[in-house]
Design a protein around this ligand. Structure first.
Ligand SMILES: Nc1nc2[nH]cnc2c(=O)[nH]1
Ligand SMILES: [Zn+2]
Length: 456
């Protein structure tokens, strides 16, 4: 058992951000068993019979918050993060993305990259990641092993794609179906408590209707989540609809393939019509908003307020490497900026997203979008303890504190100016997983040996 005591910040809903001073929070076997603000910490320590070394008292400039959730990240594209941003989506996929992803048939290469991406995103406070891997089953399974060993909560998707892809990076339909079923069965058989397989048709351009229908049957058979992309770029939308005869619009393609469920998350959704939003709402399908990617490969600006007004759950995604940064703090800032820019052409009563909204989206909102809002996302008794200790008094970096600043302003400063240096502890399911630098995690996993694999 562990007892945390200090300032706690979490969201109960998008309009209900709580700042809870002097809060006692007790964790047992990874779960939150008690929480009370303005608490008598000694009394609670005694009541729960917690030894002194298991009491963590936060310092004056520290606070505890829920772990952050990246609802859309391509693990293999971590290699490309920060370059190749000169082309829009379809050209970018062909020139930069497919060649890099095709290299993940090499398990040594996959081991090196996946260890780095898991360690680095954890270090940046991503306690849960919804990953796209590649079409290679073995390396996707390896990503699951790595997330488990290092301690990140992860959904891992072996990508499925059987058309309109380069010869060197494509599956045949029958083998795509066999491989994904093997992948699900194998990953589930490992019984990792925090790592789940996810059905991952890349998008409607690279998947035949028949493949997608088979994938939706497997999702139902094994009760797993589904992820794909939707309506990211105007040229993509046009090609997708032209390829699937008899489908009214982009969302209808996935509806006809039975891929829309309450456990489905679609990345982007920039150009969705009102009718498409209605359909997504009917199926309780969520959206992953990836504003860095939308800006960097110039896909467009997604009106998150509109999606939320339609009742959709919207989480945040880094979409590495369409997005250049693996940090969810960066996604929060981009989301605010895009929303501000959109508001310039809206009426005065349009409310752009603010720091409280994006805090929600990166925690409870992300959990709801992944269909696990009852398990993580905030601090409620019965939920798993996925949490970050934030230290605002770090001396490096741009975050400066002044006397008598309100807690609200300090949180806003952290969201706008913080980085991994201010994330001093990271917990997943009650286990501390950030031990100083991400290097420590890497070395631990690789048994103290650096791999000789060259990344180039
Ligand atoms: N941003 C992004 N969009 C996609 N659509 C299909 N594949 C991808 C991808 O890898 N990244
Ligand atoms: Zn993506």
């Amino acid at each position: 058992m562990k007892l945390f005591y200090g300032l706690v910040i979490h969201s109960k809903s998008i309009d209900d951000l709580r700042f809870l001073p002097n809060t006692a929070l007790v964790v047992d076997h990874g779960k939150i068993v008690f929480i009370e603000d303005n608490a008598d910490v000694d009394k609670i320590q005694q009541q729960h019979q917690i030894s002194a070394e298991n009491v963590i008292v936060l310092k004056e400039n520290e606070f505890l918050m829920p772990g952050m959730i990246d609802t859309h990240i391509h693990a293999p594209q971590y290699v490309n993060a920060g370059f190749g941003l000169d082309l829009p989506l379809l050209g970018w996929l062909n020139k930069y993305t497919f060649p890099t992803e095709s290299r993940f048939s090499d398990l040594n290469f996959a081991d090196e990259v996946y260890t780095r991406v898991v360690a680095n995103t954890l270090s940046n406070g991503t306690t849960t990641a919804m990953y796209f891997a590649t079409i290679h089953k073995e390396s996707a399974l390896l990503l699951g092993d790595i997330a488990h060993q290092i301690g990140q909560r992860a959904f891992v998707g072996k990508v499925s794609m059987d058309q309109n892809s380069p010869d060197y990076y494509i599956e045949e339909k029958s083998s795509a179906i066999k491989e994904i079923e093997d992948f699900i069965v194998t990953l589930q058989s490992k019984k990792y408590p925090n790592v789940q397989p996810v059905i991952t048709p890349r998008f409607a351009i690279t998947c035949s209707m028949d493949l997608m229908k088979n994938l939706s049957q497997l999702a139902a058979k094994y009760d797993v989540n589904i992820q794909t992309h939707v309506s990211e770029n105007p040229a993509e939308c046009e090609v997708a609809v032209s390829l699937h005869e008899g489908c009214r619009d982009y969302v209808d393609i996935y509806a006809q393939a039975n891929l829309l469920t309450a456990k489905t998350i679609l990345a982007h959704g920039i150009y969705l019509s009102d009718k498409e939003l209605e359909v997504l709402h009917k199926y309780q399908t969520s959206i992953s908003h990836c504003p860095n990617s939308n800006c960097s490969i110039r896909s467009g600006m997604c009106d998150v307020r509109r999606l939320m007004t339609q009742g959709l759950h919207v989480g945040l995604g880094t979409d590495v490497s369409g997005g250049f940064s693996p940090s969810i703090l960066d996604a929060m800032r981009f989301a605010i900026t895009v929303s501000n820019l959109l508001s310039l052409s809206k009426s005065e009563d349009y409310k752009p997203l603010n720091y409280k909204d994006v805090f929600f989206m990166s925690t409870l909102g992300g959990a709801q979008a992944l269909g696990i809002g009852d398990k993580i996302g905030n601090f409620e008794v019965g939920k798993d303890f996925d949490a970050l200790v934030i230290n605002l008094a770090q001396t490096d970096g741009n975050l400066e504190l002044w006397l008598n600043e309100s807690i609200e302003n300090r949180l806003s400063k952290w969201i706008h100016l913080g980085d991994d240096r201010s994330i001093s502890r990271v917990y997943v399911h009650g286990v501390e997983v950030k031990e100083g630098a991400s290097n420590v995690l890497r070395v631990k996993r690789l048994g103290g040996k650096r791999k000789s694999t060259e990344i180039n």
